[in-house]
Design a protein around this ligand. Structure first.
Ligand SMILES: [Mn+2]
Length: 359
């Protein structure tokens, strides 16, 4: 077990009036044990008690986990009743914190078995701790972003007349693997021209004409940690209006990055970028939140949006990704990951944001 991480989580649930909780999100189990177990439909549960000698991890025998995870393993098979088994280890007369990813069928069964005196959603005890990365995680996040920079440089060499969006998207995996990454952190988003104005467009058969924008939003996973970056290029030439839109998005992104430091509210960072886009007359065309947290998962708990009034803390890593989308015409988004230091935001991506004509 990663004891420093475990201690922070235990402190959080104690503050909530809890003495025990069940963690079952495989990413949170990985965060705490260093072992990624994808249980599919089987139950995976890491039971944590304030008395650490009571901690247990419940794993189906189908999964090979030979290593010592620093917590006692309780094995079960497909003929057993894993939630009932779990109820034999919980403190029945006390509240039990529950991970939001614990499947209802297991939780309901645990309740039938009288596993606790009450059940509380305690996911935030883990999710909030995961927002602030430790030294090991920061190193891994920097490396994933370094690979993403290299991959972006490689993919744009392949943009030319006749190449379809989906061909570009499908080449990302091989590029990432050539740089030592395990795979995608999400399906690559590649949009040319008006396709780029469609939210979460994954690429189709469209090919390029001169003057099209080329939006590439991609990320990889390296040693369990994610990267995520977007760049928007122009093919062969750029119109004056598209150049103007690009420069507004770039300015909005920089304004947001410049104000990041511990103590600033996320909603104010979102507003800084949004105000610049609105004042330029494109307010209604920036249709999503400014950013999201990232780490073991590409989208983790917490975001940079008008509704998040919480404050920035050191060692948080999140994306800053404003965009302007003009339906039937163009989409521009510029996205970087930032690491919060004691005084400012350090940008993890080094790929240029100067307007670039490619092809
Ligand atoms: Mn993103």
């Amino acid at each position: 077990m990663k004891t420093e991480r475990l201690d922070k989580i235990t402190k959080r649930f104690l503050e909530k009036g809890l003495e025990q909780m069940v963690v079952c999100d495989p990413c949170s189990v990985f965060y705490l044990t260093g072992k990624m177990i994808n249980p599919g439909e089987r139950m995976l549960a890491l039971y944590i008690n304030k008395e650490s000698s009571k901690n247990r991890i419940f794993i189906n025998e189908l999964f090979t986990v030979n290593e010592d995870l620093g917590v006692k393993k309780v094995w079960f098979d497909d003929n057993s009743d894993p939630a009932m088994l779990l109820s034999e280890y919980t403190d029945k007369n006390k509240l039990l914190g529950i991970d939001k990813k614990f499947e209802a069928r297991f939780l309901l069964r645990l309740m039938e078995c009288g596993g606790a005196s009450g059940y509380v959603n305690a996911s935030e005890c883990v999710d909030i701790v995961r927002q602030q990365k430790d030294t090991d995680e920061i190193k891994l996040m920097c490396e994933a972003s370094r690979i993403n920079d290299l991959a972006m440089g490689e993919i744009i060499k392949r943009i030319s007349f006749g190449v379809a969006e989906e061909e570009i998207a499908s080449q990302m995996i091989e590029i990432y693997k050539s740089f030592g990454a395990e795979g995608y952190s999400f399906e690559p988003l590649v949009g040319f021209g008006e396709s780029a104005a469609i939210g979460h467009y994954e690429g189709g058969a469209r090919t390029l004409t001169e003057g099209d924008c080329v939006l590439i939003d991609v990320g990889c996973v390296k040693d369990g940690y994610c990267s995520d970056m977007t760049r928007t290029f122009f093919f062969k030439s750029v119109s004056d209006e598209h150049r103007k839109v690009y420069e507004i998005v770039k300015k909005a992104q920089q304004a947001a990055i410049d104000m990041i430091k511990p103590g600033v509210r996320f909603c104010d960072i979102d507003k800084a970028a949004r105000d610049i886009i609105s004042q330029a007359g494109y307010g209604g065309r920036f249709t999503h939140r400014l950013g999201h947290f990232i780490g073991i998962e590409c989208h983790e708990f917490g975001d940079v949006s008008a509704k998040n009034e919480s404050i920035v803390k050191p060692n948080m890593i999140f994306s800053i990704e404003p965009g302007i989308y003009l339906e039937g015409d163009v989409g521009v988004r510029i996205e970087d990951l930032v690491l919060v230091t004691e005084t400012k935001a350090e940008v993890l991506n080094n790929f240029t944001k100067e307007l670039s004509i490619i092809g």
